[in-house]
Design a protein around this ligand. Structure first.
Ligand code: NAG
Ligand code: NAG
Ligand code: NAG
Ligand code: NAG
Ligand code: NAG
Ligand code: NAG
Ligand code: NAG
Length: 412
């Protein structure tokens, strides 16, 4: 009797073990089936590690022909595929960008898709991007506009990878680091509002009204950029506070006022010297100026407001005076003479149309959401520089993704 019991126990135990294994295997198969529907090309192994089938497929409709300028096109209403993620589904958004949560009454600004004239943009696929970026660091460098682009990228990725893939966001001031461990990918942001060194380089405690740039110095920042594989630079609005800016060049003690255009060119040259002599990054991007919509008479003659209460993009050609053509010319000159390839993200024109995309009174000022009194005074308090998320910066990232995908394909 005793031995039989013992025997039965043993059997039960084995059965239990078998059923656990079967269950485990079915789980993996079911997960894979589900994942293949949700995330085609995704493979989950028995040890619950994810991987993507490599080389990743780039289908014909994801290919951008050489003659297609993705920066030329128009915004089309598309409330079935957009937004690509929701405010509440992205815990990494800071409150400066969550316009709906902050009280914005309309969400139309989330439903526009950028349609290039001569081709289609591939649909953003976070898993493909993770495979492209496997074992790499991608870093966004610039001001708070660039931080918005970084956050948009984090949300795009976070919403298109399976929920059980571990991810984390760390603040290591002046950096922010988003990590997806399974792919060993980091997406980072580095605060450098002028790219070169300045007295505004502390990520949170920086002067806004007093500005002083060191036109010939970049080493303090660039040593932090050196380990990155993909770099995306941007710097514009901080330069545009006054027509002149205090700066040093050559002698660190001799502070002089410089024309902003002169100063910008010198700063770009310092940056270029670093790129040409030091960087090991595989890919470098430069994003052109993010437009502002501070004066409504520029798109609505006779009016006297700003971006406040705007709910539609501008139709037809438009270029606001906030996007300085001299600065654009300098960017063109400097990048044109480079020996190293820097890819241009010429997002200015496409964003010019989006007078509706700014945070307006549904954002922050000096780190705090606007008070009721401030909100009732949009002329003085609307923020027509920063963008709501989801929103316009998602398109910048869709284009960045499209370029990275083309590059990946061409190196296979
Ligand atoms: C999408 O937009 C169309 C056209 O404006 C509208 O009729 C429809 O109700 C919208 N659908 C949703 C889900 O918002
Ligand atoms: C993760 O990526 C970094 C480069 O970003 C690399 O140095 C490191 O070896 C990688 N780790 C693993 C475990 O592959
Ligand atoms: C901010 O920076 C200023 C000048 O460097 C310094 O005097 C002040 O103590 C700093 N404030 C904080 C909160 O760190
Ligand atoms: C440059 O610095 C001087 C001295 O602090 C100041 O008076 C002047 O207004 C500054 N110029 C600009 C353009 O900020
Ligand atoms: C500054 O720029 C303006 C306009 O471009 C020009 O007229 C002026 O001569 C410049 N000043 C200096 C000192 O370069
Ligand atoms: C916002 O715009 C709408 C339509 O253009 C107008 O009816 C409304 O009065 C405006 N609201 C404010 C507060 O200006
Ligand atoms: C960016 O595109 C605009 C037209 O949309 C063009 O005028 C400008 O020169 C381009 N910038 C650069 C740096 O090529």
């Amino acid at each position: 009797m005793k031995t039989q019991n013992h025997h039965r126990m043993h059997l039960l135990f084995r059965l239990a073990l078998v059923s656990v294994l079967v269950l485990g295997a079915t789980r993996v198969i079911l997960d894979n089936l589900k994942n293949n529907l949700l995330w085609p090309g995704l493979i989950k192994s028995r040890n619950h590690k994810y991987s993507v089938k490599v080389p990743i497929d780039v289908s014909l409709d994801e290919i951008i022909e050489d003659d297609c300028n993705v920066f030329e096109g128009k915004w089309v209403w598309d409330n079935t595929s957009y937004p690509l993620y929701k405010e509440e589904s992205c815990p990494f958004l800071v409150k400066q960008t969550t316009c709906l949560k902050n009280g914005r009454p309309d969400s139309f600004y989330q439903n526009w898709r950028w349609q290039p004239n001569a081709c289609n943009l591939p649909r953003f696929d976070g898993l493909k991007l993770m495979e492209i970026l496997r074992d790499k660091r991608m870093m966004f460098v610039g001001d708070s506009i660039q931080r918005g682009m970084f956050e948009s990228m984090v949300c795009l990725v976070q919403s298109s990878i399976p929920p059980d893939v571990k991810r984390s966001l760390q603040r290591i001031s002046p950096r922010k680091v988003f990590k997806v461990e399974e792919f060993n990918v980091t997406i980072e942001y580095y605060w450098a509002p002028f790219i070169i060194e300045s007295i505004s380089d502390h990520a949170t405690n920086h002067t806004v009204h007093k500005r002083m740039v060191k036109l010939d110095s970049v080493a303090k920042h660039s040593k932090e950029w050196e380990g990155a594989d993909i770099l995306i630079f941007e710097s514009y609005v901080w330069w545009m506070y006054k027509p002149t800016i205090n700066a040093t060049y050559g002698s660190p003690d001799k502070i002089q006022e410089y024309n902003v255009t002169t100063a910008y060119r010198l700063a770009m040259e310092t940056w270029v010297n670093w790129i040409e002599s030091k960087t090991r990054a595989q890919k470098i991007f430069f994003a052109t100026m993010s437009p502002t919509h501070l004066w409504s008479w520029e798109w609505k003659p006779g009016s006297d407001g700003n971006c406040f209460n705007e709910t539609d993009p501008i139709e037809g050609s438009y270029w606001g005076t906030g996007s300085n053509l001299d600065i654009m010319g300098i960017v063109k000159d400097v990048l044109g003479q480079l020996k190293v390839k820097v890819m241009l993200l010429n997002i200015t024109q496409l964003s010019e149309y989006r007078k509706d995309g700014h945070t307006s009174i549904f954002g922050e000022r000096k780190g705090k959401l606007l008070s009721k009194e401030q909100r009732s005074d949009p002329k003085n308090f609307a923020d027509c520089i920063h963008w709501c998320l989801p929103g316009v910066p998602d398109t910048w990232n869709e284009i960045l993704y499209a370029i990275l995908l083309q590059d990946y394909r061409s190196t296979r």
